[in-house]
Design a protein around this ligand. Structure first.
Ligand SMILES: C[S@@+](CC[C@H](N)C(=O)[O-])C[C@H]1O[C@@H](n2cnc3c(N)ncnc32)[C@H](O)[C@@H]1O
Length: 480
């Protein structure tokens, strides 16, 4: 398709009359080219032809939005959520799920190929999620006394309620959209959020003002579980026990299915409550998750994979790649609450989990106990400091390493150590193929990449999980 824009150097505010979207970026935006320049256009799909307005100019690319979609791509569908475009939650819901999977697969293949510089096997077909909506087990909603208004609301000239309970607009910490219906978490999540908001409005309970740092209601966390357990945590700014009791008694009465009702009084500047005391109002202080024949106890601060069903599929891939026979020493790096460690423990001689969040390590131990698993050992510490020759001399050289680092990938010191350890196999689980590729480049000197499996944990988003199996090169096996 010919590009009609004539300028060689497009400026902010310029219009590109006709731009064909030919690809999609790792951030999830459509990608086109004008006069050799890359243009990222949000909410577009490969195959779209759009009239685009340039809103940002960087050294190597332009940022734009579609003023008009001239020709719609066959991959485009009508977004199901009224908050699409404003809310950062489900950025790809304007694309068929099959297309989402196709681009995720491509993203893993291209990143690993281009960035690792290694010879790679063919990537396995991506494992799609059985649920493409209502798949999350945890959501966090923020209260605001000054919610974001849509253009339509402003234009209508009607009176509107200014309080809101919902999500942040991406990259704008003080802008909250009031969510009417969220497609990410199953009922009664929406019902609870709506009732909490209407009750607070009706009783004039002050919503938080993040700029002025005043108001009472800060945020609401809802955690659902495959066992039917349901946790609700209300976070407030100051201790007013009467108001806390009023809100929570209302919730307790309206939602008898809540098994764990909790609250936090957080006087800090931000909403994070990992360093705050979470108080029990009614029910149990945890919920239970079930994965296969394993049970996991989840406290209000515990991490658990947010798509429980697909997490099971991911762990099955990791366990399959680990190929355990029963006599191996396994290291599970970045173990979190020890879910992978416990998942593979019955197939190994011994599993050692390492993680820097101490509470998560405490949960990991409880989870082993709960499942009668006695061959797991968990240690808290920063990976780059704790995992070294001294640790390996003390605990033994692992036969198999499973590593599941955060988006930033592994610290170079850790990657280097894994190359030096020369275990038989490494299973590398990653939520960021770019950093995974970077680490594979180093590991590739000693290991061959033999399997690659993309797994979709987050439908309607650009996020993708990729599992890679590395095997020690034959020339090192002999010397080992
Ligand atoms: C992607 S999560 C994996 C969790 C776990 N494998 C699971 O499936 O639930 C990454 C984990 O690495 C931990 N982590 C991040 N940086 C770390 C570091 N420098 N040292 C140790 N653990 C770290 C995080 O706290 C988090 O639990």
């Amino acid at each position: 398709m010919a590009i009609k824009g004539k300028q060689i150097h497009m400026k902010k505010g310029a219009t590109i009359d006709s731009l064909e979207i030919t690809g999609i970026s790792s951030e999830g935006k459509g990608v086109g080219r004008v006069n050799g320049q890359v243009v990222f256009v949000k909410e577009t799909v490969p195959g779209d032809i759009v009239k685009a307005k340039v809103v940002g100019k960087k050294k190597k690319f332009l940022e734009a939005y579609a003023e008009e979609i001239i020709t719609k791509s066959d991959e485009r569908i009508v977004p199901f959520c009224e908050h699409f475009g404003l809310c950062g939650g489900c950025k790809w819901q304007h694309m068929h799920y099959d297309s989402q999977l196709k681009y995720k697969q491509k993203h893993v293949e291209e990143n690993l190929q281009k960035l690792s510089g290694l010879e790679l096997p063919q990537t396995n077909a991506i494992l799609g999620s059985s649920e493409t909506t209502f798949y999350r087990n945890k959501l966090e909603f923020t209260f605001s006394n000054f919610r974001w208004l849509t253009k339509e609301e402003i234009a209508s000239g009607e009176e509107y309620v200014r309080t809101g309970l919902g999500f942040h607009i991406p990259k704008q910490f003080n802008k909250i959209i009031n969510v009417e219906k969220c497609y990410l978490q199953a009922d009664p999540s929406n019902e609870i959020r709506l009732k909490v908001k209407s009750f607070a409005d009706a009783h004039d309970i002050p919503f938080f003002d993040v700029k002025k740092q005043e108001g009472f209601l800060r945020n609401l966390v809802i955690r659902t579980s495959t066992t039917g357990d349901l946790m609700v945590i209300l976070q407030v700014y100051y201790r007013d026990q009467e108001l806390i009791d009023l809100m929570l008694n209302h919730l307790k009465k309206e939602f008898p299915q809540i098994t764990s009702l909790m609250y936090v009084v957080n006087e800090k500047g931000n909403d994070s409550f990992s360093d705050q005391e979470v108080l029990l109002f009614a029910g149990k202080d945890h919920i239970m998750e079930q994965m296969g024949d394993l049970k996991f106890k989840i406290g209000p601060k515990s991490f658990y994979q947010t798509n429980s069903v697909q997490a099971h599929e991911l762990y099955k891939v990791a366990a399959d790649f680990a190929g355990l026979k029963g006599d191996e020493l396994v290291y599970d790096l970045y173990t979190g609450t020890g879910t992978i460690a416990n998942f593979v423990a019955r197939s190994a001689k011994k599993v050692i989990g390492i993680e820097y969040v101490e509470e998560a390590i405490a949960d990991a131990k409880v989870n082993s106990e709960l499942n009668g698993i006695a061959n797991t050992y968990f240690y808290a510490g920063d990976m780059k400091d704790l995992l070294g020759n001294e640790f390996i001399n003390k605990h033994g050289k692992p036969d198999v390493i499973i590593t599941d680092p955060p988006r930033a990938g592994m610290h170079p010191r850790v990657t280097q150590l894994l190359a030096e350890i020369k275990s038989d196999r490494i299973v590398y689980v990653s939520c960021n193929p770019a950093t995974q590729a970077r680490d594979l480049e180093v590991l590739g000197q000693v290991y061959d990449v033999v399997k690659i499996q993309p797994v979709d944990m987050f439908p309607q988003t650009q996020h993708i999980e990729s599992v890679v199996l590395l095997e020690l090169k034959s020339e090192f096996k002999d010397k080992n």
